[in-house]
Ligand binder design. Sequence first.
Ligand code: MEV
Length: 313
Amino acid sequence: MPAFTATAPAKIILFGEHAVVYGRPAIAVPVTSLQARAIVRGAPHAPHGQVRLISPAVQLDALLDELEPNHPLRRVVELTAQELGASYLPACQITLQSTIPVASGLGSGAAISVAIIRALAAYLGKALADETVSALAYEVEKIHHGTPSGVDNTVIALRKAVYFVRGQPIESLSIGHPFTLLIADSGIPSPTATTVAEVRAGWQQNPAYFEALFDQIGAIVQQARSLIEKGQPELLGDLMNHNQRLLQEVGVSSPELESLIAAARRGGALGAKLSGGGRGGNIIALVDESNAAAVGESLRAAGARSVFATVVQ
Ligand code: MEV
């Protein structure tokens, strides 16, 4: 039986996390060195319509209908089958693999969804538009974290840099000049659902304060977009630092993230900030050829669990 495989990249948010949930723009880029993979194999001897899901990383080996109706993996398979007009799927086995750390702001949930959607479409011999893939993954994002903006599923389904505003047509972003970011992991898992819910609670108590912060973040995103498109990424560092100060005020930083950010700046980074939901997960630091090695060393010395470079191009 042939295997139908699809992969999906991780993502990082360069600017605008959290404010994007409240209608402000965000800039996000794919990270192709980390991947989720779904492999679908037909199971001709299994009972009609039986779907088996295997994910060794989370010790999952289950039949689809043994999972809770709202289980993200069950939902993504059912939604995709429905979209493809298949009232049942020919019996198959779906194996999941991923090198994207979970609960670290890198979009692991959305990447798994996108990989499954594309592999199932290939299995059924059908093609789905990127926008449809993104819309299906968005439905599953709602299970992962209540009120998602949709930025994660969008950048992961499109596999290119995006300037994203909730509810507006997707705009891809042209990168005037490539630039390098180091991504450093605090090693602290932090589900996005938790920080998104906490920010919402704060916003409900004090909407004017949060709206003002979100406005300022939105203005940074606009400036960043212009610098990225004009090919002046070396000027992004100050904007990253400014965005980070606002994220502190939003309440989603943490001592561990601050310590990594300070280490990146000490090592010579042009700017640094948390990326994604915050509290734990990853920080990003803007580097150039002259300081990349020193920034990496400084981050490791400050306790980063992993540090790797990604080129935005
Ligand atoms: C998560 O990657 C980014 C957040 O802004 C949440 C969202 O946009 O849904 C924190």
